[in-house]
Design a binder for this molecule. Structure first.
Ligand code: SF4
Length: 423
């Protein structure tokens, strides 16, 4: 059997043209997806976990019951992850956080959290990836490397995509890359500006100053000659439709949300001359959804604390890495994420000192240390639901295979009922 128009649940591109072949309940072929997507679908049944408590296999009901006992007894629980599951599961996780008076935080806090802070400061002149494909004749990639991290972005939406007003694809676009090293994306650019590490803010403000008619007294800014900055400003001003796409090279270097607010301000300023938009290059397939759902439900995008019965916002205070490093939580529920592999050592190791519960279809570093492991159906393969593409467009994930386990949404619903009966 062939299933068409499947959405790839891996990165923020959410490519929705994948064709999956299923034989005898197994995915045997994947067409159109990139190498990562093929691996994701073809290995969907490898390294699966079983329900476990303290390293012993138990029934799913026993694992859920143990998790509910831990969460209902906890004084300061943390719910973390959310970016690789559906919006419906994210909504259930927020309800659970409110019921147990816990903290809730997504992987945004270690990737594009500063982006959301900057959106709140400056606002966002944005567009869809469809507009990038059909209209953009100048692309400025800043601190991101889609050739390796969002593999089909360049062919499907941006650099070489053929669109309505860009029929010749790559030949109809100028591509500029600003980065600290010559990445694969930089190697295919028309212009590569190698910036000194942690100079993004200075360079962006220099571009704004030049755009406003200022003359710089320095010869270079952040390692980039002023003539190159002036040239870039002229190109940006005179393009028909420009788009700035930025990644963690901007959000996680010195300045963080101030870098992003400078980038957003530059794009806003450019709209006095031409049409210019900005899109963050989001990593996990539904991290944009996590920001959106948390904001709808609580007013805040991440780092939220419900201990007073209402949501309080505290980046740096209620962000997971900070809470764990300061040992301020006494239990953790991880949803579709692997913080032990990704967090700084101090925060990661504290997860093994407290009762940690994980919802995930597959084995990872966090399932190895978790007290309770609850297997779930993989979102976008064995569970349907909604996910937001990096440009904020919601898409419906398909279920292409059955799973013996319920979805994240269903398990979280059961946890809510079990916790309510214990509180
Ligand atoms: S670019 Fe991302 S969403 Fe598209 S097929 Fe590759 S991994 Fe999947």
């Amino acid at each position: 059997m062939q299933v068409k128009d499947v959405i790839c649940p891996f990165c923020g591109c959410l490519c929705d043209d994948i064709e999956v072949t299923i034989e005898n309940g197994k995915i045997t072929d994947v067409a159109r997806g990139c190498a990562i997507s093929r691996e994701l679908f073809l290995n969907h049944d490898k390294d699966l976990v079983k329900p476990m408590v303290d390293g012993k296999e138990v029934s799913l009901e026993e694992a859920i019951e143990e998790a509910a006992t831990i969460l209902s007894r906890s004084q300061h629980p943390l719910i973390y992850g959310l970016s690789s599951t559906t919006c419906e599961a994210q909504r259930e996780a927020i309800e659970l956080a409110e019921i147990i008076g816990g903290n809730i935080d997504s992987t945004s806090s270690v990737c594009h959290g500063p982006t959301t802070l900057a959106f709140q400061m400056v606002g966002e002149v944005t567009c869809t990836l469809g507009e990038v494909k059909n209209r953009a004749d100048l692309l400025l990639f800043w601190g991101c490397n889609p050739a390796e991290a969002h593999i089909r972005h360049l062919t499907r939406y941006s650099a070489s995509a053929k669109g309505l007003f860009t029929p010749r694809g790559r030949r109809d676009r100028t591509i500029v890359v600003v980065d600290v090293r010559r990445t694969r994306t930089a190697r295919m650019a028309d212009i590569f500006l190698q910036i000194r590490p942690n100079s993004d803010y200075a360079c962006l403000q220099a571009l704004r100053a030049i755009l406003k008619g200022g003359k710089l007294s320095a010869d270079e800014v952040g390692g980039i000659p002023v003539e190159a900055l002036v040239d870039l400003v002229e190109r940006m001003k005179s393009c028909r439709y420009g788009v700035l796409l930025f990644g963690m090279g901007l959000t996680m270097s010195r300045g963080k949300h101030l870098n992003v607010s400078a980038a957003l301000s530059l794009v806003r300023d450019l709209n006095r001359f031409t049409k210019f938009a900005v899109i963050p290059m989001r990593g996990h397939f539904n991290v944009t959804g996590a920001d959106a759902i948390l904001t709808w439900e609580t007013g805040y995008p991440y780092a939220i604390n419900f201990s007073r019965g209402y949501p309080q916002y505290g980046p740096g205070e209620f962000t997971s890495v900070d809470l764990l490093a300061r040992k301020e939580v006494d239990a953790a529920l991880i949803i579709a994420s692997d913080p032990v592999a990704n967090f700084p050592r101090r925060a990661a190791s504290y997860l093994s000192e407290i009762p940690t519960i994980i919802l995930d279809p597959k084995r990872n570093k966090t399932t190895e240390i978790a007290k309770v492991v609850i297997p779930t159906a993989a979102a976008g393969i064995s569970a349907e639901g909604t996910a937001y593409r990096m440009d904020g467009v919601p898409l419906r994930l398909k279920k292409v295979l059955d799973s013996p386990y319920p979805s994240d949404e269903e398990v979280l619903g059961e946890l809510i009922n079990a916790c309510l009966s214990k509180l």
